[in-house]
Design a protein around this ligand. Structure first.
Ligand code: GRF
Length: 188
């Protein structure tokens, strides 16, 4: 059994989707949620789903080995970032080479980097009159949104689409593909 931990800063709909997808899996188990945000929806989801959820602050995350030690002590094999907003520190990247996977709500390298998250991405896509947008699943390195791309999926942006419409299309693709791509990566 490969063990997965999911980091999330917000609502956690992807974290829940991934957890449900692997509920009956013989190969992959979601064992832990981690969040930097005490208000994050992912905390309530963790409670409801029965997934232990750990909260941490910036100093603990960025300046100590406590989170890496926690993951290693729990024998976590893969780290999934599902709407997690902080840069991953070097000690964590080094502890999980090619085993930290992020999802980004746009077609990287477009609309990536610090500050490009959530509605900021969708607003920029609409403001720039993009004809298409999509999702990117990629490995994580020490720089925002620059790790190797694993998978992308696209949709058409219509002239009438609002940022909320784009967000909705992104979420449909994320919920469909993120669990499947995680499964392929871990099992193969
Ligand atoms: C997703 O769109 C993800 O791509 C982005 O943050 C959002 C998280 O949504 N990085 P949720 O918390 O999983 O609902």
């Amino acid at each position: 059994m490969k063990k997965v931990a999911i980091f999330a800063s917000g609502s956690g709909s992807n974290a829940e989707r991934i957890t449900s997808y692997f509920t009956d899996s013989q190969l992959i188990s979601v064992d832990l949620f981690l969040s930097n945000n005490p208000q994050a929806g992912v905390i309530e989801r963790g409670r409801r789903l029965g997934i232990p959820t750990v909260l941490f602050d910036k100093k603990t995350f960025a300046k100590t080995d406590k989170i890496v030690d926690l993951l290693k002590n729990q024998h976590i094999d893969y780290v999934i970032l599902a709407g997690f907003l902080w840069l991953i520190p070097e000690n964590l990247v080094k502890a999980y080479p090619d085993k930290i996977i992020n999802i980004h709500p746009a077609l990287l390298p477009k609309y990536g980097g610090k500050g490009m998250w959530g509605h900021f991405v969708h607003e920029a896509v609409v403001a720039n009159k993009e004809k298409e947008s999509g999702i990117t699943i990629h490995f994580v390195n020490e720089r925002y949104d620059e790790g190797k791309v694993i998978f992308q999926a696209k949709f058409d942006v219509l002239p009438s689409d609002s940022p909320d419409d784009v967000a909705h299309k992104v979420q449909l693709l994320e919920h469909k593909y993120f669990p499947e791509i995680i499964e392929k990566l871990i099992v193969n």
